[in-house]
Design a protein around this ligand. Structure first.
Ligand code: SF4
Ligand code: FE
Length: 488
């Protein structure tokens, strides 16, 4: 079924075999009913529901280049620079709507990277990976799947190559070759939305060498495949979601939406041949890693900007609630937040509009500009969050619990002393303060801050790419020419 609704998506997760999910020392009996997981499912469900909203249809949907059907843009192979720009707009929209990570982009980025890489492998090795991948794409589109793009291995001792590790399982690798496929073992860390996915699309985590063919594997497995275990990541203040008071779940900050990160263990998981898209062609690992990273670095110029809009809105709201909205330094700080946020958006759009068609036919972003985009994302959200905390005042970390509102005696005291500007409801003031806490210190800060730092590669990874793509020789020629220095 193409274009599922959010409800159909939720139902489709229940069609999977039960997943083995550990959280806080417990094997969850029904992971999908857990309130923390439900909040993360709510965020992905938005990617389905907004595709049915006429206002957002052109951003959220696209025409499949494979079947001609209307599909969700998250399942789409980009066909133009305009498509790349729409992707950034879509991610901004979703970030605005949920104020957290909606998890579905990693798969979209992996699909596009694997598509263009399989084409190039086939050209060199006369393999048929791309046709296999196109057949897979048809399934992805038909079922409107959430694909979990799995790249990051735990990596063990960083000074050693995969084959030199004491325990090779810290990198996903092939442990058995069969006539009908392979068996893989290992783990993938920091996996966004893993439990909420239909499929995992695994890619090598770094450029492999010839001797590392067992580690050179790109393949897809269902999320409920035998041998997979999930360890659900702890996040700051995650148990706040379980706090309920007579006033609802104010203390959680963002009552409806959350993100999700997991450690996935693949313990002898069988992969049939038709789901293998790279198998030992180690010279193509860097292309796959770099193109995936570039797409995902572009993504951050959309999703983080959308969440940034929420931070700016929270800053403007608390300024009003505190009665300081007309202070010139507050106005200036709000302007600076907008300037930083729109700079990120400009980077996301720039690397999109300078994108180019690949030999495979889909479009890839400008890699240098995508890296510049992500490098800025490792910094600006921290400054935007700092300005929000500055504007908010200290109460967002010292505010008493919403449970104090249940007792009329203590409620009266809270309402008397936490009052803000005249006419502002004290409970509303508490709500926005808790949202600010959530965005800058709590669960959403995982996506907005730490993921801005390390997601899609830590800052140094972008600096390496920027240095490599800068073309210093060309720039030296420009300078020498103006200075009338002749090449000797
Ligand atoms: Fe998408 Fe952003 Fe979450 Fe990555 S961090 S999955 S790009 S919302
Ligand atoms: Fe991410």
């Amino acid at each position: 079924m193409t274009l599922m609704t959010g409800e159909e998506y939720r139902a489709s997760l229940r069609d999977r075999k039960p997943l083995k999910v550990y959280f806080t020392g417990e094997l969850l009996q029904d992971p999908l009913d857990h309130p923390i997981i439900q909040a993360s499912i709510n965020s992905i469900a938005l990617t389905y529901d907004l595709a049915h909203n006429p206002q957002f249809r052109s951003i959220m949907t696209a025409t499949s280049s494979i079947t001609g059907e209307t599909i969700n843009r998250f399942c789409y192979l980009h066909q133009s620079t305009e498509d790349l720009e729409k992707k950034v707009q879509m991610l901004r929209l979703l970030g605005q709507q949920c104020g957290t990570c909606f998890q579905r982009c990693v798969g979209m980025d992996a699909l596009n990277a694997v598509y263009l890489t399989t084409y190039d492998i086939d050209q060199k090795h006369k393999t048929n990976y791309q046709q296999r991948f196109i057949e897979y794409m048809k399934e992805v589109e038909k079922h409107d799947w959430v694909i979990d793009g799995c790249m990051t291995d735990p990596k063990g001792d960083r000074s050693k190559r995969p084959s030199e590790q004491k325990d090779p399982d810290v990198f996903v690798h092939v442990v058995e070759r069969r006539d009908d496929g392979v068996v893989i073992r290992g783990a993938k860390a920091h996996q966004t939305g893993a439990v909420n996915s239909h499929e995992h699309l695994l890619m090598p985590t770094l450029a492999m060498r010839d001797a590392e063919k067992e580690f050179t594997i790109c393949c897809a497995v269902p999320a409920d495949a035998e041998g997979i275990t999930y360890f659900y990541g702890r996040q700051a203040s995650d148990l706040r979601r379980l706090d309920q008071s007579a006033e609802g779940d104010i203390d959680c900050g963002n009552p409806e939406f959350g993100g999700q990160e997991c450690l996935i263990i693949f313990d002898n998981v069988f992969v049939p041949t038709e789901r293998i898209f790279m198998n030992g062609e180690s010279e193509f690992c860097s292309q796959l890693v770099e193109s995936f990273a570039a797409y995902h670095r572009q993504s951050y110029g959309g999703c983080k900007v959308g969440v940034g809009d929420v931070l700016i809105g929270a800053a403007a709201t608390i300024a009003e609630y505190n009665g300081v909205q007309n202070a010139s330094h507050i106005k200036d700080k709000l302007t600076e937040m907008v300037h930083l946020n729109e700079t990120l958006y400009s980077c996301g759009l720039a690397c999109s509009s300078c994108g180019q068609q690949t030999a495979a036919g889909n479009y890839l972003v400008d890699i240098l500009l995508a890296n510049v985009c992500k490098q800025n994302v490792t910094r600006f959200p921290f400054e935007i969050a700092r300005l929000l905390q500055d504007i908010a005042g200290g109460l967002f970390v010292t505010c008493p619990s919403a449970k104090e509102l249940e007792n009329p005696e203590t409620r009266q005291i809270i309402e008397k002393y936490l009052v803000g500007a005249e006419g502002v409801d004290t409970i509303d003031r508490m709500k926005i303060l808790r949202l600010i806490e959530n965005l800058t210190l709590g669960r959403a800060a995982v996506g907005y801050l730490t993921e801005s730092m390390h997601g899609a590669g830590s800052p140094q990874a972008q600096r390496i790419m920027i240095g490599r793509l800068a073309n210093f020789e060309e720039k030296k020629k420009l300078a020498k020419s103006l200075a009338r220095i002749e090449e000797k």
